[in-house]
Design a protein around this ligand. Structure first.
Ligand SMILES: O=C(O)CCC(=O)C(=O)O
Ligand SMILES: [Fe+2]
Length: 321
């Protein structure tokens, strides 16, 4: 097989998208890549036509949604304009390593095996440490290498430049700093995330989370956590945001402490509408956050990579040299 992969191969049957792409969008052996000993394969940098655009986003100002108790959202509809959201979706789907994480939970004394109903991947490091220019881990306070054994369970991965560019744009637009990037890929309507809140202690009180959508439109539901019985809590309504490609929802204030969110499965006619990528930027304060995020978003299973010809994620094997 030729070493040269063009961005055309990401598009399979999408001939209209092909026409809009420029010749400089070719990804080949000359494309600069982010590399690290924890990456299964080098991750290319964004084509110049995309990276040059990032500093001019968001495409529209955010709209506050805060008309219900404890709810504090800023909705950019979109943050990434359509002409950039489409190539960015195809770029990230084909260039990132993904996982289908399995783990055990204890439900009422019974051990249950959970298979995460979507593809996931994560990059980043909590605020107690930083990556040096060469990719080693330094103590954030002393700037000295962390003692051996500090992050043994899952070696942390630096955010590759293609996602770090988007992180910088998000930080500039929101005024908030992030050190983690989580990516979900929902291959079809059968993939989902059930109601939960990202209120982990390692994110600190009132965490700010920036959540991007790329690809197929999917409904994002939010509902208030139950009020204690007989507390006479206020009336709240479920929120439904039909998130489109390029949209970003900034969740802040008391949102995580008080509200749950989900992307439910889709069935029937809409199940095969196409894949969707979700990217969240977050800020973890302590080492426990690093362990948790790698455990649930990378794990110990096989690497999956998008196969443009097959049109689906396939288990990726290191090529033999
Ligand atoms: O896909 C989405 O929009 C939500 C993802 C999410 O809630 C999460 O990863 O915690
Ligand atoms: Fe979430």
């Amino acid at each position: 097989m030729s070493k040269k992969r063009t961005i055309d191969s990401f598009f399979a049957s999408e001939t209209t998208a092909k026409k809009k792409l420029k010749t400089e969008d070719v990804i080949d052996e000359n494309t600069p890549c982010s590399t690290h000993n924890t990456y299964p394969f080098p991750i290319p940098e964004l084509p110049p036509s995309l990276s040059q655009e990032l500093s001019s986003w968001p495409a529209v100002p955010g709209r506050a949604i805060n008309d219900q108790p404890d709810l504090d959202l800023l909705y950019f509809e979109p943050f990434i304009p359509a002409y950039a959201a489409k190539p960015l979706f195809h770029f990230l789907r084909s260039q990132l390593p993904f996982y289908r994480v399995e783990y055990k939970i204890n439900r009422g004394g019974t051990e249950t095996q959970i298979r995460t109903p979507r593809f996931t991947t994560v990059f980043g490091l909590d605020a107690t440490s930083t990556f040096s220019a060469t990719g080693t881990i330094l103590d954030a306070k002393t700037n000295k290498p962390v003692p051996p054994g500090t992050y043994t369970r899952y070696p942390p991965r630096p955010i590759p430049k293609c996602l770090d560019d988007l992180r910088h744009s998000t930080e500039a637009a929101t005024g908030h700093a992030f050190n983690f990037c989580l990516v979900n890929y929902y291959a079809s309507g059968a993939d989902s995330i059930s109601f939960h809140s990202d209120d982990e202690r390692f994110l600190g009180p009132e965490p700010v989370i920036a959540s991007f959508s790329l690809g197929a439109r999917r409904d994002f539901y939010m509902k208030h956590k139950p009020f204690p019985p007989a507390s006479g809590g206020p009336e709240t309504k479920q929120v439904k945001l039909p998130l489109g490609s390029g949209d970003m929802v900034l969740m802040r204030g008391g949102t995580q402490a008080n509200w749950l969110h989900s992307i439910p499965k889709r069935t029937g006619r809409n199940e095969r509408d196409g894949g969707r990528i979700n990217i969240t930027f977050r800020r973890a304060m302590v080492k426990g956050g690093t362990d948790n995020y790698y455990n649930y978003n990378v794990g110990n299973g096989p690497v999956y990579r998008w196969d443009g010809e097959a049109g689906e994620m396939r288990v990726w094997k290191k090529p033999s040299v």
